[in-house]
Design a protein around this ligand. Structure first.
Ligand code: 13P
Length: 398
């Protein structure tokens, strides 16, 4: 009898006092908050300040059919490495010359909807004195900005890292918006050979979620990028397992931070075997694992999935993207490549003014191939041997 009474009491408690009625839920309130009465008085809504409509529009326009993102947000240190590879010094003038070449490719806006810039470029002019940002806008390309401050060692972890940049982020985002940026990028990394530890995954996810909320409140669509590094000799199943864990945490914390999913873009790694794994995967296998991951972890409210290339060759990245677009998806499945768009272009240029046109053609060719892959219509014909060379570098920093 006592048992029955206690069961009834708990059932009544559940029905009446503890759980809110459906009508009492605030849209977007996380399930944890809904189970904690002391949190009920606060207004938990998914919000992005006064910018909600604009964020949705921006995200949709970046995720438009047949287009993707040109990532050209190499920090000055990374840009220096690129320039060194063609024998150029890392001077502001050389960085300006290269970035001028990139933003002014005639017709680039047909295939490229957004360009991620490093802070220097957001405030930089082209060689003929126009604002880089204005040149992009004239090309119908939306300017974006890398807002993270890079990776540092994560104390208490297995030699893993965390991403800095939350201090002062709100005011930086507001200033970047004033300067013409409409979306942002924050890249953090997860290493499979080093664990990943629960601590590193949690820290990566929390940082991304805080950044996403802050960017949205300041009018910038956050690109959410937890890069699962290619380093390692693990198989594709292991990457899949880690990616599931990472994305589960990222979405959990984004919900906790009231991020509006309609106003974000994702930048995942494709699910591939580790770079040193003996067993290679075909584009069909990469597509199968990656799409399975996306379907399990990414809500359809998210407008666009813009993959990074992560050290794959130019052709490999395009073939994998094409394989993913052989059927319909709830999201726009596209690209946000740096190396897999720029590699041949940079080599073709070689720092010589007389090569600018050929280098621009090379970039346009890659952009067009990836545009076709976004539409699932890329055949891979007529690609150079150079474009098939991988670009994997251990522990790659951006
Ligand atoms: P890659 O395409 O070279 O991996 O660049 C990724 C990136 O994060 C740039 O934003």
């Amino acid at each position: 009898m006592a048992q029955v009474l206690s069961k009834m009491a708990s059932a009544t408690l559940l029905k009446t006092s503890f759980l809110p009625k459906r009508s009492e839920w605030f849209p977007g309130q996380s399930s944890r908050a809904s189970l904690q009465p002391h949190l009920m008085s606060a207004t938990f809504t998914v919000h992005a300040g006064s910018y909600s409509d604009e964020l949705i529009k921006t995200a949709k326009s970046v995720a438009s059919p047949g287009r993707g993102i040109l990532a050209m947000d190499e920090s000055n240190a990374t840009c220096g490495k690129r320039l060194a590879s063609i024998g150029l010094e890392n001077t502001e003038a050389n960085r300006q010359a290269y970035r001028t070449l990139l933003v002014s490719v005639p017709g680039l806006g047909q295939y490229i909807s957004g360009a991620i810039l490093f802070e220097e470029t957001l405030y930089q002019s082209t060689m003929d004195g126009k604002k880089m940002v204005d040149v992009l806008v004239e090309q119908n390309i939306m300017p974006g900005i890398k807002v993270d401050k890079g990776l540092v060692p994560l104390a208490g972890s297995n030699d893993e890292s965390w991403c800095q940049g939350l201090d002062g982020l709100a005011s930086r985002c507001a200033a970047y918006y004033q300067q013409g940026a409409r979306f942002a990028k924050w890249r953090t990394v997860v290493s499979i050979p080093n664990g990943p530890s629960d601590l590193a995954v949690k820290e990566a996810a929390w940082g991304l979620a805080r950044y996403a909320a802050i960017a949205q409140e300041n009018g910038l669509v956050p690109i959410v990028e937890p890069e699962i590094m290619l380093d390692g000799d693990h198989g594709i199943e292991r990457t899949f397992e880690v990616a599931q864990k990472v994305w589960a945490e990222v979405f959990f914390y984004m919900a906790e931070n009231n991020v509006m999913y309609e106003g974000i873009l994702l930048k995942p790694s494709m699910v591939t075997p580790g770079a040193e794994c003996k067993e290679k995967a075909t584009p069909e296998q990469v597509a199968e694992f990656t799409l399975k991951l996306l379907h399990r972890r990414i809500p359809p409210a998210v407008p666009g999935i813009m993959f990074l290339s992560g050290g794959q060759s130019e052709v490999e990245a395009t073939l994998n993207l094409n394989a993913m677009n052989q059927g319909p998806s709830p999201w726009h499945v596209s690209f946000s490549y740096a190396r897999a768009l720029q590699n041949t272009c940079l080599k073709t240029w070689g720092g010589r003014p007389e090569n600018v046109k050929a280098a621009q053609d090379a970039l346009l060719q890659r952009a067009k191939s990836n545009s076709l892959a976004q539409l699932g219509k890329y055949t891979g014909e007529g690609e150079s041997e150079e474009a098939k060379e991988g670009m994997f570098v251990k522990g790659y920093k951006y």
